[in-house]
Design a protein around this ligand. Structure first.
Ligand code: ATP
Ligand code: MG
Length: 484
């Protein structure tokens, strides 16, 4: 009921600004609309009934007037029939009782239904009729009863005879009584509706929002340790089922990234443990007994090597973590990308000749782009170092850059060992290494391609990798040439 609604409003408000609950809004709108519908229907029925009763009584009056008119016009000399109609027929009626008064042109009553003079005088009817212009009108009699009345002028059978006037009134007490009983009924119906509509509104709102409550309860119970739980989607209305489905999809994504993150943390711990264990092991062995200067120098050199690996790894992880946090990490400058590529070629030239691999650059004309030069060189360096590491002596690594309308396309193509097709989708994963033959110690950390892709994403570009075992690998980067 309304008291309940008010209580809910007060509870919801609780002094703080809070948006109203959906159930409350639904309950109020269901209540209001159902009450208004009931009120409108009862009003329609009432006015329909009143109109029909009015039409019926007007019809009876018109019929009676026609009878009198016919008797006067056709047989004005046969006063017996007219008298019978006016004084007897209407006087004996119990329901829809009417009174008739026939008068000559001087206003003298010729025939009058018994009792009519007591109720309403000829002068009263004539006065009211003068304002109505021949229409049916409403009249209150001396007894207080309501009447509907009409006045008509009727010419008699031969044209030279003066016309007579008829005053016809009809008792409306019964009609008024019926309508007043209906009004009482309507008040009862509205009172019942005022009690039942809020109840029905609250019940409907509760029933309608039940699935939402269930979904939010399940959602509330999900924590990081129960990310595998899902919300039931069957048995709900389609909108809620689709909401639950969307929520489940979000949970799935959260669970995936949560798992990836835990795997990543485990991988980090593992990657850091190896060099730290190496440093510790070599130091312990060296300190186990007295050593020569040469032996200490060798141990220190090896520890330095591991420390360098360790700091490189930490630097890479920090870079990935920073690049994923929101914000613009780029220092873009308009520059010639061919110059950046030739810088990379120069840097890796010595390593390429040592490996017996040709490192070539193919760049026609100027390729201009708004890029962060050092970062892009770092990304390209990772690609070239991968290519050199996987290309046997005698092979070629080719760097190309072309301008394509609004984009710059850079390719690093090698004729190396290639990547097995099952490993291809995973090479951008952190710590992933495709060739298990290359151990963690001898190979890289498996972060190079993820860092490269992150740098390309920061530039708003995209990466594609194609590879065929024993034929070689091509990595293509597409970057927007102008700053977005
Ligand atoms: N050009 C290539 N030819 C063949 N295999 C490649 C090539 N580039 C990458 N790979 C494979 O993809 C894996 C992932 O490469 P990524 O650069 O991420 O790591 P990494 O080179 O092992 O280590 P890091 O680059 O961190 O020192 C490599 O271990 C290698 O197996
Ligand atoms: Mg690499």
């Amino acid at each position: 009921m309304f008291s309940k609604i008010l209580t809910s409003i007060l509870r919801l408000r609780g002094g703080q600004p809070q948006s109203p609950s959906l159930a409350l809004m639904l309950a109020v709108s269901y209540t209001a609309s159902s009450f208004l519908i009931v009120a409108a229907i009862t009003a329609l029925l009432y006015f329909g009934l009143a109109e029909n009763l009015k039409k019926l009584s007007e019809q009876i009056m018109a019929d009676e007037l026609d009878v009198c008119r016919a008797l006067i016009q056709a047989r004005s000399n046969d006063s017996h029939a007219l008298r019978e109609e006016v004084e007897i027929d209407s006087a004996v009626r119990r329901y829809q009782k009417f009174y008739i008064r026939v008068m000559n042109d001087n206003g003298r009553a010729l025939f009058t239904t018994p009792g009519m003079d007591r109720e309403m005088s000829a002068a009263l009817i004539a006065r009211e009729a003068a304002q109505q212009n021949g229409r049916v009108f409403w009249l209150k009699a001396a007894s207080g009863k309501p009447y509907r009345a009409v006045v008509a002028r009727v010419s008699r059978d031969s044209g030279d005879k003066e016309p007579w006037n008829i005053q016809l009134t009809m008792d409306l007490s019964q009609e008024v009584e019926v309508l007043s009983q209906h009004r009482i009924l309507i008040w009862i119906v509205l009172a019942v509706a005022a009690i039942l509509c809020p109840r029905a509104g609250i019940a409907a709102a509760r029933w309608g929002t039940r699935p939402l409550r269930e979904v939010s309860e399940t959602a509330r119970s999900i924590s990081s340790s129960t990310l595998n739980e899902r919300i039931r989607t069957e048995g709900y209305p389609s909108e809620i089922a689709s909401l639950a489905g969307t929520f489940n999809a979000m949970l799935q994504r959260l669970e995936d990234s949560f798992l990836r993150l835990s795997r990543f943390s485990a991988d980090i711990a593992h990657e850091l443990r190896t060099p730290v264990n190496n440093i510790r092991g070599e130091s312990e062995v060296a300190l186990a007994r007295p050593r020569t200067i040469e032996e200490y120098r060798e141990t220190l050199g090896s520890c330095l090597e591991e420390s360098v690996r360790l700091s490189e790894l930490i630097e890479s992880l920090l870079f990935l973590a920073r690049s994923e946090s929101p914000g613009d990490h780029l220092k873009r400058k308009r520059q010639n990308i061919a110059t950046l590529l030739s810088g990379v070629q120069e840097y890796y030239d010595a390593a390429a000749s040592e490996a017996g691999v040709r490192l070539q650059l193919d760049c026609d004309g100027e390729v201009i782009g708004d890029v962060d030069g050092p970062l892009l060189q770092r990304a390209l360096g990772n690609l070239v170092s991968n290519a050199l590491a996987h290309t046997p002596a005698g092979g070629t690594v080719l760097l190309t850059a072309v301008q394509q309308s609004q984009q710059v396309r850079i390719e690093v193509r090698d004729t190396g060992s290639g990547i097995p097709s099952e490993s291809l989708p995973k090479v951008f994963d952190r710590f992933y290494r495709a060739d298990s033959a290359r151990t963690r110690h001898s190979g890289g950390s498996g972060l190079g391609l993820s860092i490269m892709r992150q740098i390309v994403f920061l530039h708003g570009g995209d990466v594609k990798i194609e590879s065929e075992t024993s034929l070689g690998t091509t990595v293509s980067l597409t970057l927007p040439s102008l700053e977005p």
